[in-house]
Write a protein that binds this ligand. Structure first.
Ligand SMILES: C[S@@+](CC[C@H](N)C(=O)[O-])C[C@H]1O[C@@H](n2cnc3c(N)ncnc32)[C@H](O)[C@@H]1O
Length: 187
């Protein structure tokens, strides 16, 4: 078996920034490879809510066709401006804004956000970011084989609601032993 492919240069840069800043919330590599693969199927505009140090955006840009736009919103001003500088030549639009402002740039072919943020954001506002065929990708779930899904002994209502929403065809993908990602495509 051959070694997994090298990390894209953009991703390495973003991971270095995470390391340098002690930022521990960055997307993991298993999720990143899935993001790049999904982004490769997209056209139009791809959005990320919560840039962090740019790891997710770097994966999305690395996988997406050249003529797609990648836009990412970060609330923390210092973080947003550091990532803006880092990606200034890389065709990634970083905005210092609440994710809700992303709506002005939609609809999106793919929206990526973490479960923690999705739990705080009004769900219908997230749904409104995509039209038919648009994909919402939520990461940072704890894998669970039961239904309803459980997390720390309680029903994982966020995951349950996304998977049960009949406006979407959805799947919960276990990308590593300890983490899963929901992919929901609007019908
Ligand atoms: C889990 S991290 C994101 C990691 C990033 N997506 C990645 O792939 O590495 C969540 C980020 O969302 C940012 N954030 C929190 N609330 C936000 C909001 N309302 N709008 C935009 N960003 C927000 C936080 O500052 C934090 O950097």
């Amino acid at each position: 078996m051959s070694a997994p492919p090298e990390l894209p240069e953009l991703v390495i840069r973003a991971l270095r920034m995470s390391l340098h800043r002690g930022y521990v919330q960055a997307s993991r590599t298993e999720t990143g490879r899935l993001l790049a693969t999904l982004a490769a199927t997209r056209s139009g505009t791809i959005a990320e809510a919560g840039t962090g140090c740019g790891v997710g955006a770097a994966w999305l840009r690395s996988g997406a066709p050249k003529d797609t736009r990648v836009i990412t919103a970060e609330l923390d001003p210092e973080l947003a401006h550091c990532v803006m500088d880092m990606f200034s030549d890389d065709d990634i639009d970083v905005i210092h804004a609440d994710w809700a402002e992303l709506g002005q740039h939609g609809p999106f072919s793919l929206v990526f956000l973490d479960a923690g943020s999705a739990a705080k954001f009004p769900r219908e506002q997230i749904v409104d970011l995509v039209d038919t065929g648009g994909m919402i990708v939520l990461d940072d779930f704890t894998p669970c084989a039961s239904w309803p899904p459980l997390s720390a002994g309680r029903v994982d209502v966020l995951r349950q609601d996304w998977l049960a929403d009949e406006r979407f065809t959805s799947v919960d993908v276990m990308v590593a032993e300890d983490t899963s990602v929901i992919i929901a495509v609007r019908r």
